[in-house]
Design a protein around this ligand. Structure first.
Ligand code: NOJ
Length: 761
């Protein structure tokens, strides 16, 4: 084909002309070069400034930033002594601080604006533990992307999420913020969240830099008490704790946050092995590490740093790049350099990492790209985002019990007693970490149920909520002194065909600093449940909580139990849709639910002892690993969850029972929907490595597939097994697969016994 000359010229012009109007920086000067050029112009003070992060300090529509407490921070901003701020939000507010940094400081370096976007910004999605119960990676990614879109429109360009801490102890309040107890599921969710927040293009106006936290082992706080010491060996660290962090790093997460805890005697903030050797050197992480809030200073309380000066030295040497609200880098780095206790190369490296992320976000090209008030108005609470959080909420619900098919409820002609302190609560469903949400902005279960069907709803709180002191985001608590609502609740239950009870934890009962020693229904709720049961046992128990609870009595008596977590803004609508059967629950537990607090820490992927009992224990023998007053097993195992339909699994078919180091074998089952509803099942693959250089867990999740089937429909589900899937951190301190005997399990939760054996040669 001949290319016409005139067409050639015009095509050439179309390609060339735009570049004539671009500055040199915009024509693809590599970011590393732009970073180096800028660094070469910076004074030491300005470099230190980039490593300093401040909390928000004034309301731009309120008192002047040049007065009072705010004055010092204002001065620092204008001198270029601040690289980042957190908790400044709103397009207008962020513009105000950014203007000082960009227009008043010598080099005009823009700020990176951080915020705890944990599960939605103003429109709240389910708490991360709940989202993890969906096992739906696409949905989780989409949920993070929606949150990013809303937050980015409000000026934010960096979220302190995802929290990828593996956690086995439901006493720890922050289990609500993670993906639960399993490193395989946790790693995939870690990737989904990073991809959701950061998108394909970090410089796009609706994506944010993500932050994998808390590095590392914060979820293993002794006795589940937040901030407590962590003492775990290399085996647990590498096989359980680090994989989701490695996954985030491989997925290109831009930042890491270190943690408050000490790990085997060394505060994580000063842990050179973690931050420099493992993260930056071995994994090749090229983003930056921010300290947790004041964690540099807290090393003094830990008894690790002598004073602030020493804390600064420890932090820099360990590779902590940015100081969140300790002022230590700002005050100490200069003298540390003079005394040769840290090196200028370390400072240059930290500053380069921070600047690189700012360049990648496109902040140097347009520092105000997140500060468009019109966009903020349009995006905040948009229909698209509300529909997204509703969809995620439905996918997060786990059906724990449904005896006699109490659920789904009939849509007409029913008298429903709706009972419980959380049934009409519009604040608790938002859960913890919902800083930007309006108080009481969730759809309550009462509202959701009333608008959904044509039944008569008789509402009674039973146990009241009381305001807590000091109030925080209208924090309430479940009252522990007043049972006067019991009478009305029982009266309502007596008249009803079915009772729906909404019980659990108030929104702030889990989260940071919210550890508990009891895991039962707080306050008088258990007593209320038992009293109502006496007058009408036809109860659907809807649970709202941020962590696994002890539900033995309910499991023994209540016919239907729905785990609805803290589901966010659309909570009541999602719950109503599930209860009426227009959405078939498909969630599976990402954490084991205990029978007793005394079982903590409890997890499915435990190691056998030399005295595991099981079939081997002699009846009446006491000398095996067990409790005298409770079973070892959980009440509901990891991976457990029911559906309104039923599924049948075939036996496992294995393509070969011999695998070599560089071959693959296939394991398949046929799954059939044997019930009356269309439904989704999470088909789960577990593997057991029978003998190894260091002991392997009795079972480990190694694959899963979310399968949707119509009634009567079947599908073959196949998993590929290769040596890489069998790798672990061995006694030789390396990731490898060791030859030997394995078992492979496929089923609907971690307690499945459907099994075949194979060998790795
Ligand atoms: C302390 C928390 O541990 C951390 O997760 C959070 O990101 C920071 N505070 C900032 O709010």
């Amino acid at each position: 084909m001949v290319f016409p000359k005139s067409l050639f010229l015009s095509t050439l012009l179309i390609l060339i002309i735009p570049f004539c109007f671009l500055s040199q920086t915009e024509i693809e000067i590599p970011i590393d070069k732009r970073v180096d050029d800028l660094l070469s112009k910076m004074t030491l003070e300005e470099k230190i400034g980039q490593m300093n992060q401040y909390n928000g300090f004034w309301n731009v529509t309120g008192p002047s930033p040049k007065e009072g407490n705010a004055k010092e921070k204002y001065d620092h901003l204008s001198k270029g002594w601040v690289g980042s701020m957190l908790n400044v939000r709103g397009a207008n507010e962020v513009r105000a601080v950014q203007e000082i940094a960009v227009n008043e400081s010598r080099l005009g370096i823009p700020l990176i604006i951080g915020f705890d976007l944990i599960h939605g910004y103003k429109t709240i999605s389910p708490i991360p533990l709940a989202e993890s119960a969906s096992w739906d990676l696409e949905a989780i990614k989409k949920s993070a992307a929606m949150g990013a879109k809303e937050a980015a429109a409000a000026g934010i360009n960096w979220t302190f999420a995802p929290m990828v801490d593996i956690t086995r102890d439901a006493r720890w309040g922050r289990v609500m913020e993670g993906a639960g107890e399993d490193p395989y599921l946790g790693s995939l969710i870690s990737i989904a969240r990073v991809q959701g927040f950061q998108g394909m293009d970090l410089s796009a106006p609706f994506t944010l830099a993500a932050c994998a936290k808390h590095f590392a082992a914060y979820g293993f706080a002794e006795s589940g008490r937040d901030y407590n010491t962590v003492d775990i060996g290399e085996n647990t660290l590498h096989n359980m704790v680090l994989p989701p962090f490695k996954a985030a790093s491989d997925a290109g997460v831009k930042t890491f946050m270190n943690s408050f805890n000490d790990l085997n005697g060394i505060p994580a903030t000063a842990d050179k092995n973690l931050q420099r050797t493992i993260l930056k050197e071995s994994w090749g992480f090229d983003g930056f590490i921010v300290s947790d809030w004041g964690s540099l200073k807290e090393m003094i309380d830990h008894g690790y740093a002598r004073d602030e000066n020493h804390a600064g030295e420890l932090g820099i040497n360990a590779g902590s790049d940015m100081d969140m609200e300790s002022y230590i880098y700002l005050n100490e780095i200069e003298s540390l350099l003079k005394e040769n206790r840290i090196k200028i190369e370390q400072i240059n490296d930290a500053v380069k990492r921070i600047l690189k992320v700012k360049f990648e976000l496109g902040l140097f090209d347009d520092p105000f790209k997140y500060c468009d008030e019109e966009r903020e108005k349009k995006v905040t609470g948009s229909e698209e985002i509300r529909a997204g959080v509703l969809d995620m909420a439905k996918k997060s619900i786990v059906l724990l019990k449904n005896e006699g098919n109490v659920l789904p409820l009939k849509k007409k002609g029913q008298k429903i007693a709706l009972i419980g302190p959380l049934a009409d609560d519009k604040n608790s469903p938002l859960g913890n970490w919902r800083i930007a949400a309006e108080n009481n902005s969730a759809v309550s279960v009462l509202e959701g149920m009333e608008s959904y069907a044509e039944n008569e709803i008789i509402f009674s709180q039973g146990v009241k909520l009381v305001n807590s002191i000091p109030a925080f985001h209208e924090e309430v608590q479940i009252n522990t002194t007043d049972k006067c609502g019991f009478k009305a609740a029982k009266k309502a239950a007596k008249k009803a065909n079915v009772v729906v009870m909404v019980l659990g934890e108030y929104g702030f009962q889990s989260g940071e600093g919210r550890s508990r020693t009891k895991l039962d229904l707080p306050g008088f709720q258990q007593e209320l449940l038992e009293e109502v049961y006496k007058v009408n046992p036809n109860i659907v128990l809807v649970l709202m909580n941020g962590r696994p609870l002890v539900l033995n009595w309910a499991e023994g008596h209540i016919p239907a139990i729905v785990e609805a977590w803290h589901l966010g803004t659309e909570s009541g609508n999602a719950i109503a849709e599930i209860l009426y059967g227009d959405y078939n629950p498909s969630g599976k537990l990402p954490m084991s639910f205990p029978r007793s607090v005394g079982q903590m820490p409890l997890y499915y992927n435990y190691k056998n002892t030399g005295r595991p009992g099981a079939n081997g224990a002699d009846a009446g023998s006491v000398f095996w690993s067990h409790y005298g007053d409770e079973k070892n097993s959980p009440l509901y195992p990891f991976g457990y969850g029911l559906s309104y339909t039923t599924f049948e699994y075939s036996e496992i078919e294995l393509s070969s029972n011999s695998l070599s180091m560089n071959s693959k074998i296939q394991a398949s089952v046929v799954l059939k929907n044997t019930g009356n509803f269309k439904g989704k099942e999470v088909v789960q693959l577990y593997i057991r490595d029978h003998f190894a250089s260091s002991i392997r867990p009795v079972k480990e999740l190694k694959g899963f597939e979310l399968v949707e089937l119509k009634p009567g429909e079947s599908r073959k589900v196949t998993f590929a097994i290769d040596a890489e899937l069998l790798q672990f951190y061995s006694a030789r301190k390396t990731w490898e697969a060791e030859p030997g005997a394995f078992s492979l399990f496929i089923g609907s939760n971690s307690s499945t016994k459907r099994m075949v054996d194979f060998e790795l040669n």
